[in-house]
Design a protein around this ligand. Structure first.
Ligand code: TYD
Ligand code: MG
Length: 488
């Protein structure tokens, strides 16, 4: 006998409560707890204890595995993030803001897989078949043999898949629209999403098909509702970008079958998503050369070097608590760099608003950007533009020292490839080989500050006739004590 249970489930994290409450104790979200009816299949106690487990043979780690080849779609940026193609029998979740291009990406991937002779089914729970068709036509992919359906019932989907020829790849767009007969909650609730996802996970593991789920993202960037689904799937990718920019980044957050630090870069064009083979060129286009407050950071994304421009604006604040606004980087990391600049280099920014932006809407996670951020900040403060042909990388330590970061040769090589002539990097760590660009090795942030301040427009108060054009001279903000401390 099935037993009906009224439970209260947090729609954000899936925590279950016996009573309604305003705040979820598990994830701290407000107003996310909704009543759901769960039908628990109660197993009689007598039956439960009488059933004995079935013994099974254990296997060794070095058994002769015969892995099925990965399903390569030919869209290089997608294949690389997936770890060299999709793994048969795996299930993956692609999350992203509405309108970012998830459906476009998956229609293109489905068509590419189908043209390679694989059997692909695309199930849309959000759009009608005609709408998906129209999109495919617009992308010039109408000829690909993809099985299309507009359906939201998980059981119906599985019955359809079971009835046809073996399927290699199933795309479900999106998991939030799916519902199952076996639970009574409304579609879109955590219980429904989790149950549908469970059915699809089982289908993937039993049949060896690769299932790709689309998931929506909440305002704070989490896969909406079911964080629980993230634990059930083999891989979680996020598709990022912002409306104002044409490029999109596919990032692996979790991947049981591949690396999680790879990114795939695409450009949204009138004809769908195009791969961007060299993202640095894209991120560095439209640079405002010669303006103070910008520094080029030579970063790494997985195995690939990516050069991006970091922009800083430091302006005297009229507020009691100056503003610190960051786009594309960790705000805590900025606070740390500001504190180190203040305490170790005498760069006083306590009375200044600080704005930091990673150009092009890119997001950096590496601490290696510290040096480039510090350079951009000091450059903006002093009004001294940094050399246009220099890149920066290095991690700042709380002592004011600059620490080495991984893969310096790859970063330098990429900088040379893109026409940069010099690099400001942490001292030491050079392997003796001749670097492809001129290297300016520094050991402390104070050294960096001193070299930028030396380029700043001179303070000319006593002789106003000379060099007055510089305007906005903020040199006094850098205490001269800094250079005495680090006079090496
Ligand atoms: P879509 O894939 O529907 O986004 P999602 O599934 O993540 O919600 O993408 C919709 C956006 O992409 C829409 O704003 C229009 C734009 N777009 C293009 O610019 N070019 C194209 O060729 C296509 C198909 C969409
Ligand atoms: Mg969509």
């Amino acid at each position: 006998m099935a037993k009906r249970d009224h439970t209260f489930v947090c729609q954000s994290c899936g925590a279950v409560y016996s009573r309604w409450q305003g705040k979820c104790d598990a994830c701290g979200a407000w107003n996310t707890i909704a009543e759901e009816v769960a039908v628990a299949a109660a197993v009689p106690a007598a039956q439960r204890s009488s059933r004995k487990g079935r013994a099974f043979a254990l296997e060794s780690l070095e058994g002769v595995g015969n892995p099925t080849p990965r399903l390569v779609c030919g869209i290089g940026e997608l294949d690389r993030v997936a770890g060299g193609g999709f793994v048969p029998g795996s299930i993956l979740l692609i999350g992203g803001d509405p309108g970012i291009g998830k459906s476009t990406l998956l229609v293109q991937a489905s068509a590419a897989l189908a043209t390679r002779g694989l059997n692909v089914v695309y199930v849309s729970g959000e759009e009608a078949v005609d709408q998906v068709r129209m999109r495919a036509q617009r992308l010039g992919l109408a000829g690909a043999k993809v099985g299309l359906a507009a359906e939201t019932n998980a059981e119906n989907i599985l019955a359809t898949l079971a009835g046809g020829p073996p399927v290699h790849v199933v795309v479900i767009d999106s998991i939030q629209t799916m519902w199952s007969d076996s639970v009574e909650s409304a579609p879109g609730t955590v219980t429904q999403v989790r149950t549908s996802a469970q059915l699809l996970v089982r289908y993937a593991k039993q049949t060896g098909a690769c299932v790709i789920l689309v998931g929506h993202v909440t305002k704070d960037g989490q896969i909406a509702g079911p964080r629980v689904v993230e634990h059930m799937v083999d891989a979680v990718f996020s598709f990022e970008g912002d409306g104002g920019h044409q490029f999109r980044v596919l990032r692996a957050q979790k991947n049981r079958f591949g690396p999680t630090d790879e990114i795939g870069v695409f450009e949204m064009t009138g004809g769908g998503l195009k791969e961007v083979a060299n993202p640095s060129e894209l991120f560095l286009s439209n640079r405002d050369l010669g303006a103070p407050g910008t520094a080029v950071f030579a970063g790494m994304e997985g195995t690939r070097p990516v050069l991006v421009e970091i922009q800083a604006l430091v302006a005297p604040s009229s507020l009691g608590t100056p503003r610190r606004a960051v786009v594309g980087w960790d705000p805590n990391r900025l606070s740390m760099v500001l504190a180190v600049l203040d305490a170790r280099c005498g760069v006083r920014l306590g009375g200044h608003d600080v704005y930091l932006n990673v150009a092009g809407g890119f997001r950096i996670a590496e601490p290696a950007a510290d040096l480039a951020v510090a350079a951009a900040l000091v450059s903006s403060l002093t009004g001294a533009p940094l050399p246009a042909d220099a890149v920066y990388f290095g991690e700042a330590s709380l002592t004011g020292a600059v620490r080495q970061v991984s893969q310096a040769p790859a970063r330098l090589k990429e900088a040379a490839k893109l026409g940069f002539a010099r690099a400001v990097i942490p001292a030491g760590g050079q392997d003796g080989s001749t670097p492809p660009v001129e290297v300016d090795a520094i050991s402390s942030l104070a050294q960096l500050v001193a070299s930028i301040a030396a380029r700043a427009p001179r303070k000319t108060a006593p002789r106003p006739a000379q060099g007055a054009a510089g305007g906005g001279d903020l040199r006094p903000a850098i205490a001269t004590a800094g250079s005495d401390d680090y006079s090496d």
